[in-house]
Ligand binder design. Structure first.
Ligand code: NAD
Length: 346
């Protein structure tokens, strides 16, 4: 059979073919240049998860965000929904989930005391069953998997600053134990899946992190102070305010997470990711008062049970292994965070 086609139709067809092949080349080029990966982020609609999804998409990856919206919010990821390489799945990590991906970042877990103490049994289940389900998936599909562990595994530390070799000082039956022990058990599971099943694991221990998209009612100190200051309410100081914390800006953390995921299979962690700059709660409150220009006054209340008095990461291992250290200082990070809260606090 001979197919006849007019000159103008043939020109149009040629144009279409050129457009299709340009699109195809662009896609293949993108994959070749950026080595596009399929990445699952559990807890992707949360504070840290949303920044991680954004960064992974910006680097040309195909990202699946899994969340049950317990503490995460759709508005954290609304700006990513128009990206064709971004998918959202409503799912609870305590139930198995199957998908083909190259990497898994396991962040699903409420992180602030008010949220994780709301339903402590569920918090343990999320950490432990979530880890089992995600590790099972990683084993089955041979994906690399990173666990967002926490400085809470050190409890109320007797060593200062905390190195990864320190085993911690945790009350196993206190109000924080559902979170601390859940995360400690998750680390155990990660190491066991690595040793028993050769799963490629990465454990990072995240220290206090702040930034835009923190939940305004999560009760964490940075968001608390900023929200109270912007509303002109009293600023609640627990204890004398002499207790110290180190504060890491979220962009620094995301950089550390990605560097950790990109390490060779021989690096499993745990690696501390935090900012070693140490500030008392009073210093933080004074900075927030000055930067917001509020007339709020500081009021003192008793320290909650098991609240650690000091927390500061030793980041020598991260510097050596990941060539990473935080770049954003507290004043700069607070300015960006205050600007965000001004848009959400009424
Ligand atoms: N923010 C910090 O300072 C900090 C410090 C140490 C560790 N971490 C860890 O980093 C991770 C993210 O913390 P964040 O500050 O973004 O908290 P977040 O509460 O904003 O985010 C947690 C996300 O997990 C989701 N989630 C909770 N339970 C789930 C479940 N059962 N199934 C599916 N999704 C679920 C929530 O809806 C939310 O989107 C957590 O694992 C947390 O333990 C955070």
């Amino acid at each position: 059979m001979v197919l006849t086609i007019s000159v103008s139709a043939s020109k149009q067809l040629n144009k279409k073919i050129i457009r299709v092949s340009a699109f195809f080349n662009e896609q293949v080029g993108c994959i070749k240049n950026n080595i596009m990966k399929r990445i699952l982020v559990t807890g992707g609609a949360g504070f840290i998860g949303s920044h991680l999804c954004e960064r992974l998409l910006n680097e040309g990856n195909d990202v699946i965000c899994l969340d049950n919206y317990f503490t995460g919010q759709k508005q954290n990821i609304a700006h990513l929904l128009s990206n064709p390489y971004f998918e959202v799945v409503r799912h609870d990590v305590t139930a198995p989930y199957f998908v083909e991906v190259d990497e898994i970042f396991n962040l699903a877990c409420p992180a602030s005391p008010v949220h994780y103490q709301y339903n402590p049994i569920k918090t343990v289940k999320t950490s432990v069953m979530g880890a089992i389900n995600m590790l099972g998936l990683a084993k089955r599909i041979k994906a690399k998997i990173l666990q967002a562990s926490t400085s809470e595994v050190y409890g109320n530390p007797e060593q200062h600053p905390q190195k990864e070799t320190y085993w911690g000082h945790v009350n196993p039956i206190g109000p924080r134990s559902c979170y601390d022990e859940g995360k400690r058990c998750a680390e155990t599971l990660f190491v066991n899946y690595h040793e028993q099943n050769n799963v490629r694991i990465k454990i990072i221990r995240i220290f206090n992190t702040y930034g835009p998209r923190m939940h305004p009612n999560d009760g964490r100190v940075v968001s608390n102070f900023i929200v109270q200051a912007l509303r002109g309410e009293n600023i609640t100081m627990y204890g004398t305010g002499e207790q110290t914390r180190s504060f890491q800006y979220v962009d620094d953390l995301v950089e550390g997470m990605i560097r950790m995921m990109n390490t060779g299979d021989e690096i499993a962690g745990p690696v501390n990711i935090g900012n070693p700059g140490e500030f008392t709660m009073l210093e933080l409150a004074e900075k927030v008062i000055k930067m917001t220009g509020t007339s709020s006054k500081i009021v003192f209340e008793p320290l909650p049970t098991d609240d650690p008095l000091q927390r500061k990461p030793d980041i020598s291992l991260a510097k050596k292994t990941l060539d990473w250290e935080p770049k954003v200082n507290l004043d700069e990070g607070l300015a960006r965070t205050i600007a965000f809260f001004k848009t959400v606090v009424k």
